[in-house]
Write a protein that binds this ligand. Structure first.
Ligand code: NAI
Ligand code: MG
Length: 363
């Protein structure tokens, strides 16, 4: 059996702290499941690396990463390095070069976690955010600096193929998981070129490939209100890069916050490695205190297993997280408890070990 190769990039701040717990989970899984052959390599690419080498990652980093089956990423961001450097020199090249055009984020109510919404129970939907083009492009510029006529242009790039790919991925997921409806975020009443294009091609792809799925297109301003008023109504939400980014942070807040929210940057064709990372950043306000919640990172590892063809391992990790939360004695500060990062990681590992030994006994 060939081993699955995982590249691990902990990054900055709490990224490093929560990654330690995800690595613990990985080790426990390997110890108790001999069919899991994982070869993990840790890469130190981060703001510290930048300060030492003048770049976020080496010249040949993408060639190196291309040899892995998947990437587990922590978070980056450091006061000593501008955010546009950390993002555009590390995260963006990986997402774009490896055609990780799907940003997948599950939004799910969890046991023992109160939603800020009075009606925040039984929320269970997913967001497919377009991840390779759209509003997040480096096309544009600025002229007449410091003159009264100073001006800037920032271009949104939407392609027919790009929209087709994200909508198809959302439809495939919907079919696989027996969903009935796709919600598309739009603003074609005001953004009359790119968003109209988005609407037209979304409708076309759905009509051609998934006529049994219902398509609702909702203006983004109304959609954020509906997320709050009736979050149970959504099944699969598909959105452009910017809209999807904002919707997923709102979605994550609906079900307990950033410490619990995983994400996957997917290249569904598996021509390139996909990258799995928590939605949160490096949280400099709590970095170094050892109190960050590692669940988002550990759940991201679970999504990685789903992607590499081990959905039962994904399910095991998510069940362990849910069990710890349901039981409620180990909670980090962000979800109303006093446990530290390591205690939360240990609690999840213990449940995994217990579940594994029950499974082995009944085999
Ligand atoms: P952030 O996600 O780092 O923090 C927002 C708030 O959530 C803070 O109060 C933080 O303490 C809390 N928080 C986040 N994760 C937590 C966890 N696991 N447990 C407990 N509390 C948690 O976002 P912020 O403050 O906007 O950005 C900080 C830095 O992170 C910036 O440099 C930013 O560019 C970077 N960033 C990086 C991302 C990435 O690597 N993909 C994503 C988002 C931000
Ligand atoms: Mg975001």
């Amino acid at each position: 059996m060939t081993a699955t190769r995982i590249a691990i990039i902990p990054g900055d701040g709490i990224g490093k702290e929560v990654m330690e717990e995800a690595i613990k989970v990985l080790e426990v899984l390997q110890e108790h499941d001999h069919t899991l052959q994982i070869e993990a390599t840790i890469f130190p690419w981060s703001s510290d690396y930048y300060l030492e080498h003048g770049r976020m990652m080496p010249n040949n980093a993408l060639e190196t990463l291309a040899q892995y089956d998947a990437i587990l990423f922590g978070a980056i961001g450091d006061d000593r390095v501008p955010d546009d450097v950390t993002v555009w020199e590390l995260i963006m090249p990986i997402r774009k070069q490896f055609q990780q055009y799907v940003n997948f984020r599950p939004i799910k109510s969890l046991p023992g976690i109160a939603s800020p919404l009075a009606n925040g129970k039984n929320i269970d939907f997913v967001i497919f955010r377009e991840n390779a083009e759209g509003e997040y492009s480096n096309s544009g510029g600025r002229i007449y600096n410091d003159q009264p006529q100073e001006m800037t242009i920032q271009n949104t790039i939407m392609t027919r193929i790009g929209i087709e790919k994200i909508v198809r991925a959302a439809c495939n997921y919907a079919h696989k998981h027996h969903k009935t409806k796709i919600t598309s975020a739009t603003k074609s009443n005001a953004i009359i070129h790119s968003m109209k294009f988005w609407d037209e091609h979304t409708k076309r792809v759905l009509g051609n490939t998934s006529p049994t799925l219902q398509l609702e297109s909702i203006y983004i301003d109304a959609l954020v209100a509906y997320f709050v008023e009736r979050p149970q109504d959504f099944e699969v939400v598909v959105a452009s890069n910017l809209f999807g980014d904002i919707l997923s942070d709102l979605g994550s807040a609906l079900v307990g916050g950033l410490g619990l929210s995983p994400s996957a940057n997917l290249n569904p064709e598996k021509a390139f490695p996909s990258m799995f990372e928590p939605v949160h950043g490096s949280a400099p306000n709590i970095a170094g205190k050892g109190i960050a919640n590692p669940i988002a990172q550990i759940w991201s590892l679970a999504l990685l297993f789903g992607h590499i063809g081990r959905p039962e391992v994904e399910e095991l990790i998510v069940s362990a997280i849910e069990k710890v939360l349901r039981e409620g004695s180990v909670k980090t500060a962000d979800i109303g408890g006093q446990a530290n990062t390591q205690e939360m990681g240990n609690a999840i590992c213990e449940v995994i070990v217990a579940m594994k030994s029950i499974a082995t006994r009944s085999d």
